[in-house]
Design a protein around this ligand. Structure first.
Ligand SMILES: Cc1cc2nc3c(=O)[nH]c(=O)nc-3n(C[C@H](O)[C@H](O)[C@H](O)COP(=O)(O)O)c2cc1C
Length: 202
């Protein structure tokens, strides 16, 4: 959890620009700062016609292209689903900041290409271990102990073939700040290179 002074955010939001500026500040901070709850937001995608949500870690953010990098197992349900429907949202709330952000956008996945390669080399050994599990995540099993990974006895590079990078690009950002004197909610939409922003009833 975070507080306003750590990020030098306004106590109250008077302009739409302030809400957008604060949102990007929070998202940039979230990459390295585990205490910022946007470090682990909820990613929702479609699984056929049903919504499927899960917590993920944001690994990198490029504010220019409004794109996040997320790591996952290429065998996981979400990767199969994303290949069918690229539509996705990222949602987070930090109670210290009293800010909720909802991003809507689309996803592309990378597996055994340059982007996956770079991200893999950038990953810590501890993170690489998870991708060496012999069976696909989500498979029904009898004994979870059978699937514990012993970092001493595995070839970490074997995990690379199960490693996928998710690039989430957002085209809208919804900001909500809770304040007893009056909540502030704004919407920012990027369409054909243009940004359109408006206030909303909270
Ligand atoms: C704090 C936390 C961080 C997580 N980070 C990731 C992540 O970065 N990538 C990932 O694929 N799963 C991550 N998970 C696990 C997912 O929430 C989810 O259980 C798993 O990816 C399977 O999802 P799926 O069946 O929808 O593919 C994380 C879970 C928690 C609780």
């Amino acid at each position: 959890m975070h507080n306003n002074s750590m990020l030098d955010l306004p106590e109250e939001y008077k302009t739409l620009e302030e809400t957008l500026h604060a949102s990007f500040k929070v998202l940039e901070d979230a990459i390295e700062n585990r205490h910022n709850l946007f470090h682990t937001p909820v990613l929702s995608t479609f699984s056929d016609s049903k919504i499927n949500s899960r917590v993920i870690v944001l690994r990198a953010f490029d504010p220019e292209s409004r794109t996040f990098r997320i790591h996952s197992d290429s065998r996981s349900r979400k990767i199969k689903d994303i290949l069918q429907n690229a539509d996705a949202t990222l949602l987070g709330y930090d109670p210290g900041l009293k800010i909720q952000l909802k991003l809507h956008g689309s996803i592309e996945t990378h597996h055994q290409d340059n982007i996956a390669d770079l991200a893999w080399r950038d990953s810590q050994e501890m993170s690489k271990v998870c991708y060496s599990v012999s069976e696909s995540p989500g498979k029904e099993i009898d004994d979870p102990g059978d699937y514990d990974v012993d970092p001493e006895n595995i070839d970490l590079n074997e995990g690379y073939k199960n490693f996928a990078v998710i690039k989430f690009h957002f085209s809208s950002l919804e900001f909500l700040h809770l304040r007893s004197s009056g909540h502030r909610r704004s919407m920012h939409v990027w369409e054909m290179g243009e940004l359109r922003s408006n206030w909303m009833v909270p």
